[in-house]
Design a protein around this ligand. Structure first.
Ligand SMILES: [Zn+2]
Length: 633
């Protein structure tokens, strides 16, 4: 920087003549002196003066309010554009995060107000003088817990910079200092390094800041070591979790995940943030931390807890796949616009794929439980007509405008589930091609080594080259069919290669071996039964039943979501007469459902798997083929 050190100017001015309404904390003076003295002696050459300083003071915790100040070093021109991101990393849609900002003001180094004009939904243009530092100040409303962007209440604050701290493009690569003013007794945690005070953090630049959210408040905290790395766990909220057990299991996940990358870690310290809460669920990956939200009473029993471990494995695997390397269109992230690319199915779907393998290999789920997940996943996919309408690559590109509900199932594929199934196919195919010596993890090791974010990320040719280098075979034709195309995944052949089959398991002692299938999905527990999804081309679709209909009666008898299957089973022949309400009007429709085996979809061992199939299964799962399965007739 050629201009006068902004930190000096700003702090000096601030100490002399505080800006009205701006808070000032006691720790500022020592900081000022520590910086000012060497600066005065050395002149303006040192780069440390170009830091961007952020301060956040929680002004009314219960009402979710904070005051934020950001000081930018001397700008070169007569205007400085300051922006709030429009989305946050890991959530690929526009969240318009400037909507939490009010009372935006700007000041020069002497505390005089500067003219501000808003030029788009997330940008403020400040009129300044070349060489002057600019300080902005605004009130922040932080009440979007489930979005995992910003949440402040009287017990904690979760602060993802994407929704909290504005940035100025010319200073995006400058060092960042963050200082929080929070209620007494709170502790502050982040993937960022700690700064000079209790609630201070430092980051190499804005991108590091944005990928290291802060959890501050009252929480349980655990710390331990895995492979020489520090692993931390901070849990906010009360619930039925066992923090100690969580830490034990997270350590297994950490070690098992790193093995997929030859033990090469992209961090020295990692922080798991857990929100045991209500009204929020989901998780987000960051550079060396993650935030996992789960309803407070869902950390037990075992099945529910396994759900937590799966999510933890997913987010932790992202530390490599997405954070350490990602599609080149997202390097660097463009915080204002959509970051279109055709590879999100690798970023997300492959992560979902390894999530399952990690918890299996770490001994946190059993082999049967691992198969159960695939049975559900495959069955669900086979009832997704959208798989013939949209490819994995198109779904990746359109993730920014993805919709949910019925339309998603009938006209789309999901980057997570489709990506996971393609990963399964790729892994098994690579093992077939290499005599079980190599697999999909080897492809990811190459992407990590050769296409890290520091190296600019990866593109489709890079993934194809990695596949070729692992298997010695060309993958272009496969890619055209399954990634750019919508060819059906050959599950039967695929599963058979690893000694497995998918079937509908009809219990032997079950009286009723078949059931009527209409193709509608009903809201769980609804009475009367509310239709949420109608599968395209199913009997219900053809009969004209639509999402939102309220089913009242089948063949003249009242039904609910719970008993409709039993009521329908009483009828020996179709068509049925269905009565329903559609926007208050009574409608009567004939429907001709079809018979199908009554039972749960299952993935299980083939009746007589051969040694090659068993061997490939063991190489794929990383767990030996069980002896009892081999003996089964
Ligand atoms: Zn993910």
């Amino acid at each position: 920087m050629l201009f006068a050190p902004s930190k000096l100017v700003y702090t000096f001015a601030h100490n002399k003549a505080p800006i009205p309404g701006v808070y000032q904390t006691a720790e500022m003076k020592p900081t000022f002196l520590a910086y000012a003295l060497p600066v005065l002696l050395l002149g303006a050459s040192a780069s440390a003066h170009a830091d961007v300083d952020y301060q956040l003071k929680i002004t009314n915790a219960a009402q979710h309010l904070a005051e934020v100040r950001a000081t930018f070093p001397a700008a070169a021109g007569t205007t400085l554009d300051v922006s709030m991101p429009n989305w946050r990393t890991g959530r690929y849609n526009m969240l318009n995060l400037a909507n939490g900002v009010r009372l935006f003001k700007a000041f020069d180094a002497k505390g005089a107000a500067l003219p501000v004009e808003k030029t788009d939904k997330g940008t403020w243009q400040i009129r300044t003088k070349p060489g002057d530092a600019v300080t902005v100040q605004y009130e922040l409303y932080a009440n979007t817990l489930g979005e995992r962007t910003r949440h402040i209440d009287d017990t904690h604050a979760y602060l993802d910079a994407s929704g909290v701290f504005v940035y100025a493009a010319p200073f995006r690569k400058e060092k960042v200092n963050v200082k929080l003013d929070v209620p007494q007794g709170w502790k502050s945690r982040s993937g960022m390094d700690s700064g000079a005070c209790e609630h201070c953090f430092v980051a190499a630049d804005y991108d590091v800041l944005i990928d290291a959210p802060i959890e501050t408040g009252l929480h349980e905290f655990y710390t331990d070591k895995v492979d020489g790395r520090t692993i931390e766990l901070a849990i906010w909220g009360r619930g039925n979790h066992d923090g100690k057990q969580m830490m034990t299991d997270l350590k297994k996940i950490v070690h098992e995940t790193a093995k997929l990358y030859d033990g090469k870690y992209p961090f020295q310290r990692y922080l798991f943030i857990v929100h045991a809460t209500d009204g929020a669920g989901g998780a987000t990956e960051h550079a060396n931390s993650t935030v996992i939200q789960k309803p407070r009473w869902t950390f037990a029993p075992r099945k529910q807890y396994q759900g937590f471990l799966r999510v933890a494995a997913h987010e932790f695997y992202h530390t490599w796949n997405v954070k350490a390397y990602r599609p080149k269109e997202m390097v660097p992230y463009d915080y204002q616009n959509e970051n279109y690319n055709r590879l999100l199915w690798v970023a997300e779907g492959h992560t979902s794929y390894f999530e399952e393998l990690i918890v299996l290999r770490a001994g946190l789920v059993k082999r049967d439980e691992f198969y159960e997940e695939y049975a559900k996943l495959i069955d669900d996919y086979q009832h997704q007509p959208g798989r013939f309408q949209q490819s994995a690559a198109d779904s990746s590109f359109d993730e920014w405008i993805a919709v949910g509900g019925e339309r998603a199932r009938n006209a789309s594929v999901n980057i997570y589930s489709k990506g996971q199934l393609l990963a399964l196919m790729m892994d098994i195919e690579l093992r077939r091609q290499t005599g079980s010596k190599k697999g999909l993890e080897d492809v990811h090791r190459i992407l990590f080594a050769k296409h890290s974010t520091a190296q600019g990320g990866y593109d489709v040719p890079a993934v194809l080259a990695a596949l070729r280098s692992v298997s010695g075979q060309a993958w272009e034709a496969w890619w055209a069919q399954y990634v750019d195309g919508t060819a059906e995944i050959p599950f039967e052949t695929l599963l058979a290669q690893v000694g497995l089959q998918k079937l509908v398991d009809v219990p032997k002692d079950q009286e009723q071996k078949t059931e009527w299938w209409a193709g509608w999905t009903l809201r769980e527990g609804s009475d009367p039964a509310v239709v949420t999804v109608v599968e395209r081309d199913s009997p219900a679709w053809k009969a004209g039943v639509v999402s939102g209909d309220t089913l009242l009666a089948v063949n003249g008898l009242r039904v609910s979501a719970k008993d409709i299957g039993d009521r329908m089973s009483l009828a020996k022949a179709a068509p049925f007469k269905v009565h329903l309400f559609r926007r208050d009007e009574l409608v009567e429709l004939p429907i001709t459902p079809v018979q199908q085996p009554k039972g749960k979809a299952k993935v299980k061992a083939l009746d007589k798997p051969n040694a090659a199939q068993q061997g490939m299964n063991a190489a794929w799962t990383g767990v030996a083929w069980p002896k009892e399965d081999a003996k089964k007739p």
